[in-house]
Design a protein around this ligand. Sequence first.
Ligand SMILES: [Zn+2]
Ligand SMILES: [Zn+2]
Length: 126
Amino acid sequence: MYVDGYGRFWVDGRYVRAHRFAYELVVGPIAEGLQLDHVKARGCEYRHCVNPAHLEPVTQQENIRRGDACRVAAARMADKTHCPQGHPFDEVNTYHDRRGWRGCRACRRASGRRRSGRRAAEGSVA
Ligand SMILES: [Zn+2]
Ligand SMILES: [Zn+2]
């Protein structure tokens, strides 16, 4: 059996999440469409933990709801088609920052102009 650094391994030609496999083995099958949430409140912070006692099958929405604010914001952004200023998130107007978040080029250009204008006024270079 091959195990990689992400807690996944091959079983019967399938790529299986280790925590999912362990849960199904010990507790029982996970209903279609549900994800396993590692419940930190049960006293363990280990991200790749596969202890079925710490895991709970939840819907994707529930998993997102329980997640931190950044993940929630990213998920909300993902189904937006326009930025808050009404510019379309299309191929030309969309960029991704280092965190993988989507941004609006038109707004970035606008705020960049404002910033460089202020820098010029303050008399600094670059
Ligand atoms: Zn745990
Ligand atoms: Zn915009």
